[in-house]
Design a protein around this ligand. Sequence first.
Ligand code: NDP
Length: 283
Amino acid sequence: MAALIDGKAVSASVRAEIAREAAILRDKGMIPKLAVILVGDDPASAVYVRNKHKACIEVGIEPLQITLPAETPEDELLSLIDKLNSDTSVNGILVQLPLPKHISAQKVIDRIAPDKDVDAFTHDSVGRIVEGRYGFLPCTPAGIMKLLEYYNVTISGKNCVVIGRSNIVGKPMALLLLNASGTVTVCHSKTVDLPSVTRRADILVAAVGIPRFVKSDMVKPGAVVIDVGINRLPDGKLCGDVDFDAVSEIASMITPVPGGVGPMTITMLMQNTITAAKRAIER
Ligand code: NDP
C-alpha cells in the first residue's frame, strides 16, 4: 500500500517558515504585499482568489484584491498593471486566469514586471526556467518539487513521466524535473500507447484534467505518483486524475486529491511573494 504524500502537512510547515520570513520583513519596515486581479465573476476563479486572500492573511502578507467587471477593456487592465508595476508598496502581481475572451491573457501577463511575476508565467520567467536560471518558479510544479524534496524522493537518474503539456503545469513540470537530472518524457493526447510509456515511470505526474484517468495498469509497481488533477464530479465531490484506490495498491507513494498538490500551489505563491519582497528590500 502506497504511503500518502501529505500536501496539507508539508504546506503547513512551509507556511510556518514563510510567516517567520514575513515577520522579519515587517520588522525591517517592509510589509510584503500581493496584488490579485480578478476580472469578471467566474465562480471557480472567485474561490481561488478567496483562498489566496486567506493564505496571505495567514502568513502575514498584505493582500490587495482588485475586482474588475467582465467587460473591462484590455487597455484598462494593462494600465492597471503598469500602475502596480511602478507601485513600490506592491511586491507581487497576479492576474487570475482565465480572462474574458476579449482580453489577451499572454499580453496581460507579459505586461507584469519580471520582478513582480509571482505566478512565473511571463516570457522572462519561462525563459529562466528553460535555462535553469531560476527567478520565480511556477507555483504548481514548484509545489510538487517541494513535496518530492520533503519526502526524500530522488529525481536524479529516475524515469519521470509527465502526462500533460500545458504551459501552466505540464511543460514547466517537465523542465524542473529535467533540471533536477530526471530522464523526462512528456505525454499528451496524441501519445501512442500511453500505458507503455507511463509504466516506465519511477515518478509519474498526472496533469490531464480527466477524473481517474490513470489506472493501475498504467503504473509501475513502486512508482511515486503525483496527481495534479482537480476535477469536480457530478455529486460535487473533488477527484484527481488518478484512480486513487487502485493505484495506491501498487505505487510506493501517492498524493491524495484533495490534500496533495492543491495546498502546495498557493503556498508556493506565498513563497514567491516573500522572495519578491526580499529582493525589493535588497535593491
Ligand atoms: P490543460 O487542459 O491545459 O492540459 C491538459 C493536458 O492533458 C494537455 O496537454 C492534453 O494534451 C493532455 N491530455 C488530455 N487528454 C489526454 C489523453 N487522453 N491522454 C494523454 N494526455 C491527455 O490542463 P492543465 O494543465 O491546466 O491542468 C490539468 C489538471 O490539473 C486539471 O485537472 C486542473 O484542474 C489541474 N490543476 C491543478 C492545480 C493544482 O493546484 N493542483 C493547478 C493547475 C491545474 P494536448 O496538449 O494534446 O491537448
